[in-house]
Design a protein around this ligand. Structure first.
Ligand code: PGA
Length: 277
């Protein structure tokens, strides 16, 4: 590689060292690898203690990889208090208002108040099982960012949409609804999660995922800015496992993963290490 052991300036103004090791791609893009674990509606204090201990014992690739876990809302504070500080904690959802008569909802302000930094918004299960619209997701994103949370904003097409050649149309429309509500892209990670791959064991192939990630990066360049396109992490989600993570992580526009089922198991540590393994 020509660029071995050189210092380069990144788009965000930081100066980084390129080397020939595993993280040269991260250095070249300036985008830190990001792995989120979405526990969904799973776990109890006993099983969560088990997850906390494998996260504590495992080597989580130091500052090469940003790691975030998203427990059910009722366990956010418990996890935040017990987990090592280098792993961030996310909520899986929040409402678009700070407080008030919204029975059953949690606000971004509350999530922040218990020490958590992130929220997942627009997950396909919220979109398709709870009827969340692009408009509502946009409002939630705007509010969460304003309240000081960082956002993992999820998009992805249904199998029927992919089969009808509508993948880009769908993910661009979802991206537009997100982009219109983003005040600071430093606080946003986009998760591309094809709905047909979530929880099904059918992972997108590295080529399929890379193609959409690349199209999304182009979309960001044309519709937001080249700078935002270059620095925003676009992570992949949908049946990521320790067995397929490494090959996906080699794709130039895949900056990490949002992991569901496998984030509940010790193998999650291997997924965190996918870029460096
Ligand atoms: P999965 O879920 O890894 O179980 O497919 C991914 C997600 O829903 O974020």
């Amino acid at each position: 590689m020509e660029c071995q052991n050189q210092d380069v300036d990144c788009s965000d103004g930081k100066r980084i060292k390129l080397d020939s090791s595993h993280d040269s791609r991260m250095a070249a893009s300036g985008r830190q690898f990001f792995v989120g674990g979405n526990w969904k509606m799973n776990g109890n204090t006993t099983s969560i203690d088990g997850i906390i201990s494998f996260l504590t014992d495992g080597s989580l690739s130091g500052d090469q990889t940003e790691v975030v876990v998203a427990p059910p809302a009722i366990y956010l504070q418990y996890v935040r208090q017990k987990l090592l500080a280098s792993v961030a904690v996310a909520a899986q959802n929040c409402y678009k208002e700070a407080k008030g008569a919204f029975t059953g909802e949690n606000s971004a302000e509350m999530i922040k108040d218990v020490g958590c930094e992130w929220v997942i918004l627009g997950h396909s299960e919220r979109r398709h099982k709870f009827g969340e619209t692009d408009e509502l997701i946009g409002e939630k994103i705007a509010h969460a960012l304003k309240a000081g949370l960082k956002v993992i904003a999820c998009i992805g097409e249904l199998l029927s949409e992919r089969e009808n050649g509508k993948t880009t149309e769908v993910v661009f429309k979802q991206s537009k609804a997100i982009a219109e509500n983003v005040s600071d892209w430093n606080d946003v990670v986009i998760a591309y999660e094809p709905v047909w791959a979530i929880g099904t064991g059918k992972t997108a192939t590295p080529d399929q995922a890379q193609e959409v990630h690349h199209q999304l990066r182009d979309w960001l360049s044309q519709n937001v800015s080249p700078d935002v396109s270059a620095k925003t992490r676009i992570i992949y989600g949908g049946s990521v496992t320790a067995a397929n993570a490494h090959e996906l992580a080699l794709q130039p526009d895949i900056d990490g993963f949002l992991v569901g089922g496998a984030s509940l198991k010790p193998d999650f540590v291997k997924i965190v290490q996918a870029r460096s393994s």
